[in-house]
Design a protein around this ligand. Structure first.
Ligand SMILES: C[S@@+](CC[C@H](N)C(=O)[O-])C[C@H]1O[C@@H](n2cnc3c(N)ncnc32)[C@H](O)[C@@H]1O
Length: 292
């Protein structure tokens, strides 16, 4: 008997062969092995929908053909396209607001005091997606900490998704993206119209350097940082991967008095005891426990 078809795409009339359980399982295993992203079985429809453009662009007749081609000869280039298509790049400007309030009022002021002697501040944003998060931070710094304009401020923003990084580097955003959290007064201050889109001003773009980096690969070029933003990415990983990443940040990235900010649904609890949580009102962040 043939493998049982999954998803309801045929019923929806999509011009695609429906993925079999085995094909969907192959894709889930590949994405997990390469990027640690856990897609549960209920996400088969998502696999098919997201891979349809990849199938088209690579000349495969269908997603099933694309999967067959990967199964028969696992080419890294094709695999990367598949992984990229299956990342969720959901983001917005000043996302969740509270972390940015905390940065402005509680996190950055003491860090800046502590770094005044060498006037250097280094930030790593480890899942930057299309750039809204590191650019929001850059705008916040420019708006509220004018002193830093003469400092060496480095914001290194990384992500596994090449497509997301391409947009981040372009600084181009559509109306809907702008509507998601960008303050009206900042639109006139920091964006220029570019056709139907908005282009972020170079004075903000130049504050952020974007790089491709897989959080479960080598962390080449991740700087020792005063501040690490790793928000809304560990939700996709299993507990062992989260523990590994949090440990690596504590030992290799975060300075002893540095600050780690996670997403609202993320925590170090039950994963590692290398951090202390600091809570101020509605926002919490993490610091390394003092040695000894
Ligand atoms: C939901 S977005 C979060 C973006 C931003 N941090 C925010 O909170 O708005 C998750 C991002 O994590 C990235 N990602 C997923 N797995 C990754 C991995 N293994 N290494 C690096 N980035 C990854 C995705 O490409 C995506 O852009």
């Amino acid at each position: 008997m043939s493998e049982v078809a999954v998803g309801a795409l045929a019923a929806r009339g999509d011009d695609l062969a429906t993925l079999t359980h085995a094909e969907a399982a192959f894709v889930r295993t590949l994405v997990r092995a390469h990027a640690a992203i856990v897609l549960d079985e209920s996400k088969s429809y998502l696999i098919e929908r997201r891979l349809a453009p990849v199938a088209r662009d690579t000349g495969a007749g269908s997603v099933s053909e694309l999967v067959a081609s990967l199964r028969s000869s696992p080419r890294p280039q094709l695999r990367d396209l598949v992984v990229d298509a299956l990342t969720t790049n959901e983001t917005s400007w000043f996302r969740d607001r509270h972390p940015f309030d905390a940065l402005q009022h509680h996190v950055l002021p003491p860090l800046i005091d502590a770094r005044r002697a060498n006037r250097t501040l280094t930030v790593w944003c480890g899942a930057a997606s299309t750039g809204q998060e590191p650019f929001s931070l850059a705008i916040l710094i420019r708006e509220h900490f004018p002193e830093l304009s003469s400092w060496n401020v480095r914001i290194v923003a990384t992500d596994i998704s090449r497509t997301a990084l391409e947009q981040a580097r372009s600084g181009l955003y559509g109306q809907i993206e702008i509507n998601r959290g960008m303050h009206a007064s900042y639109i006139s201050r920091y964006f220029q119209r570019d056709g139907t889109k908005f282009r972020l001003d170079n004075k903000i773009r130049s504050m952020v350097e974007f790089r491709e980096l897989n959080l479960v690969g080598p962390w080449t070029g991740v700087p020792r940082s005063d501040l690490v933003l790793l928000r809304n990415v560990m939700i996709y990983f299993d507990p062992a991967t989260k523990t590994q990443i949090l440990h690596k940040i504590a030992t290799d990235v975060l300075r002893p008095d540095g600050v780690l900010i996670l997403g609202g649904a993320e925590t170090t609890l039950n994963l590692t005891d290398e951090y202390t949580r600091v809570q101020k009102g509605t926002c919490g962040w993490y610091q390394r426990k003092a040695a000894g």
